[in-house]
Design a protein around this ligand. Structure first.
Ligand SMILES: Nc1ncnc2c1ncn2[C@@H]1O[C@H](COP(=O)(O)OP(=O)(O)OP(=O)(O)O)[C@@H](O)[C@H]1O
Ligand SMILES: [Mg+2]
Length: 297
């Protein structure tokens, strides 16, 4: 099996976390400069799109203070009681086969505030990461907290052999500006950038099909070109997208024929093809390309 040539910075002893992730093929973190750009929605739907390619997919919700992945994939947080075994913590599987772990799933109640901070938070997060048993997995997506502060940086440094980062932005000038900072931060950490996704890229009028660019046009693509990173694609502004997330079913499962679901599938396919080949992932990818086991979407 081929290994990534670029390693994450080794400021920590990766031993226990590396053991917990030993059977994970690709580890990819999702980063944004600004909060609220749709990073978690992108993480969940990208994971769901890759899952539709018959891959085994996990999501680590690393947003300690605003964990929202379980809700977006329809995992009820009352399931938390069945999680903890003596050997570690097993991820919880969603109805559509996404394996998820989040602080929300090990916390006493949704109302209990999580007041970890500073060095303590970094230690607890690393301990949490080392306790999760991911088992055999093709892709693990990590939904980072917004920004480039202490928390996302600690997590990025804590994941051994991170394959890279995907940066999410929106077409607004402010978002692309802050996103440049996130790209530079990832570069400083030697984390390869696998690509940029522009969320809320355009709006298609459901009645007349007219395309509007409410927030600006082509900024994401230009930003990707400026930094020499791949532009993985744009996702439309779409009421069905947020409605699907609110009901706990990613749009690629709920409305597979929608333009947004198709945009997500395209992004997932571009991502899979751009990664260095690893044996079992290649076998599965070839199967769907040849139409065998082709997912019905
Ligand atoms: N393309 C889109 N079309 C319509 N609604 C969207 C789109 N992308 C995201 N949203 C909605 O915007 C809201 C914020 O999205 P999300 O939680 O994914 O952002 P985030 O970047 O993870 O936020 P935070 O910085 O708080 O973690 C959600 O209600 C989501 O459903
Ligand atoms: Mg989020």
């Amino acid at each position: 099996m081929e290994q990534s040539t670029q390693q994450s910075p080794h400021r920590y002893n990766h031993g226990p976390i590396r053991d917990a992730m030993a059977q994970v093929n690709y580890k990819i973190a999702i980063l944004s400069g600004k909060g609220g750009v749709g990073k978690t929605s992108v993480t969940v739907n990208l994971a769901a799109a890759v899952r539709k390619r018959d891959m085994v997919v996990g999501i680590f919700d690393a947003d300690v203070h605003g964990p929202s992945v379980p809700k977006m994939v329809g995992i009820k947080t009352e399931m938390r009681d069945v999680l903890r075994g003596s050997h570690g913590i097993d991820p919880v599987e969603s109805e559509h086969g996404l394996k998820v772990m989040s602080v929300a799933l090990i916390w006493p109640t949704d109302m209990t505030p999580i007041m970890w901070c500073g060095q303590y938070k970094a230690r607890v997060l690393r301990q949490f990461l080392s306790s999760i048993k991911w088992y055999e997995m093709d892709f693990l997506f990590i939904d980072l907290p917004p920004g480039t502060g202490d928390e996302p940086t600690t997590i990025m440094k804590s994941i051994p052999d991170l394959d890279g980062m995907i940066v999410v932005t929106t077409p607004q000038e402010i978002s692309t500006m802050v996103c440049s900072r996130a790209i530079n931060a990832a570069k400083e950490l030697n984390a390869p950038i696998l690509g940029l996704i522009e969320n809320m890229n355009h709006y298609v009028c459901p009645d007349c099909g007219r395309i509007e660019h409410f927030f600006g046009k082509d900024r994401g693509e230009r930003l990707a070109r400026t930094f020499g990173i791949p532009f993985l694609g744009g996702i439309p502004l779409d009421g069905q997208y947020s409605e699907a997330a609110d009901t706990g079913v990613p749009i690629v499962f709920k409305y597979p024929d929608s333009l947004t679901a198709k945009a997500m599938m395209l992004i997932a396919d571009r991502l899979i093809k751009s990664l260095p080949p690893r044996e079992n992932v290649v076998v599965k990818a070839r199967a769907w390309e040849e139409g065998r086991d082709h997912p019905k979407y």
